[in-house]
Ligand binder design. Structure first.
Ligand SMILES: NC(=O)c1ccc[n+]([C@@H]2O[C@H](COP(=O)([O-])OP(=O)(O)OC[C@H]3O[C@@H](n4cnc5c(N)ncnc54)[C@H](O)[C@@H]3O)[C@@H](O)[C@H]2O)c1
Length: 372
């Protein structure tokens, strides 16, 4: 198969869909890889890195889209990219179609087959192509939060680990899923005194079994949150209710109960944020202050560490990419129900129920799409 990887064009996106390592694995299996010039540069991969493993570098995205059987990307195709997709072409990338009727229409009109990273599943009920970015955002949260805690950045001027004779920062993590667990591990590793709140008892049991000596955990109620935030130096918002906007767990009124210069890191901002005063910010201008409390609310946190994020995403997507290239999408999806769950669009038909329901569009089952 001829696999194509264009340079990402969404603003602030520095990741690339195919690492040289993943491209090399495909080439070793007899596939060909074409990459747009400078596609990997934001993640620290040069054209020479791709050429060295046997890929061909092309000057424009038009050429990549025109030639490739499968396009591997990171972000949803932008309007100009969607015009380049064609009937029968396979697209493998994040799509997030439910809130995006324009993209959905363009993909349906193109006749392409689109597999969305975010709806591919695993046998544990997880989302294996979203998890690496949650791991990155979670581990980054205490790092950016501790920077924000510094006096010059508006914070309380508290060091995460304290020093001998001076206690550590108190960190509260709301939500103990992938983001929250990784955030808590790193915050504890920095020496902070960490408490994780979650609503799922099985999850709390897991956290207690595995991390009981590293950080504390507590059942998440409004009362527990209200009490813990009064002494917190940093609160990390990491909740997710699948398919719903994030619940608002700290109100504006409650900010006055927090210490001046305390920091809120709202990782859940991409689902609307879990603090009432959260509004999405960018890496260029990541923090702001409300009622004396600092807020960090960057919606695409993994972009700050594009190289780590690219490699982490590439590690997760590569087995699926190789299966799609090796067997063709129909056989690969027929053999793997979890990959089939990623199918969102095929030959002008929507194949993912939740997207159809969100947008009020007709849809067929992914199983039925295998017969078209
Ligand atoms: N900003 C970014 O760049 C970025 C990157 C990755 C993920 N995210 C977001 O981070 C959030 C968390 O993602 P995840 O992968 O960890 O999800 P997850 O499903 O693994 O974990 C979410 C956890 O929240 C818990 N929860 C739900 N309601 C709660 C409540 N009221 N109180 C306490 N806990 C509650 C759930 O039980 C679950 O354990 C999501 O909104 C995700 O979209 C943001």
């Amino acid at each position: 198969m001829l696999i194509g990887c264009p340079k990402e064009i969404k603003p602030q996106e520095f990741r690339v869909g195919l690492t040289p390592a993943a491209a090399g694995e495909a080439i070793a299996r007899g596939h060909s890889v074409i990459v747009e010039t400078n596609a990997g540069i934001g993640a620290g991969f040069t054209d020479e890195d791709y050429v060295a493993i046997g890929a061909t570098v092309l000057d424009t995205a038009d050429e990549v889209f025109a030639k490739a059987d499968m396009i591997v990307k990171v972000k949803e195709p932008q309007a100009v990219e969607r015009k380049m997709l064609r009937e029968g072409q396979l697209l493998f990338t994040y799509l997030h179609l439910a809130p995006d009727p324009e993209q959905t229409k363009d993909l349906l009109d193109s006749g392409c087959t689109a597999i969305a990273y975010e709806t591919v599943t695993d046998r544990n009920g997880g989302l294996p192509l979203l998890a690496p970015m949650s791991e990155v955002a979670g581990r980054l949260a205490p790092q950016v939060g501790s920077w924000t805690l510094q006096k010059a950045n508006g914070g309380r001027g508290v060091l995460m680990g304290g020093v001998p004779g001076v206690g550590p920062a108190k960190v509260v993590v709301i939500g103990g899923g992938v983001v929250g667990t990784h955030a808590a591990k790193i915050a504890a590793g920095m020496g902070a005194d960490v408490t994780v709140l979650d609503r799922s008892l099985p999850r709390l049991r897991y956290l207690d079994d595995v991390f009981g000596g590293t950080f504390k955990n507590q059942y998440s109620t409004a009362a527990a949150t209200a009490e813990l935030i009064t002494t917190a130096d940093m609160v990390i918002g990491a909740v997710l209710i699948p398919g719903a906007a994030a619940p608002k767990l700290i109100s504006r009124e409650q900010l006055s109960t927090m210490k001046p210069g305390a920091v809120l890191v709202d990782v859940a901002i991409d689902q609307g944020g879990c603090f009432e005063t959260s509004k999405a910010t960018t890496h260029a201008d990541p923090i702001y202050e409300v009622d004396g409390v600092m807020h960090y609310c960057v919606a695409n946190m993994p972009g700050a560490v594009a190289r780590t994020s690219t490699i982490a995403l590439g590690n997760a997507t590569m087995p699926f990419m190789l299966a799609l290239a090796g067997k063709g999408w129909k056989q690969a999806c027929a053999d793997d129900e979890h990959l089939l769950n990623g199918l969102n669009v095929h030959a002008g038909k929507l194949t993912y129920a939740a997207v159809g329901e969100a947008l009020g569009l007709d849809y067929i089952s992914a199983q039925d799409a295998l017969k078209i």
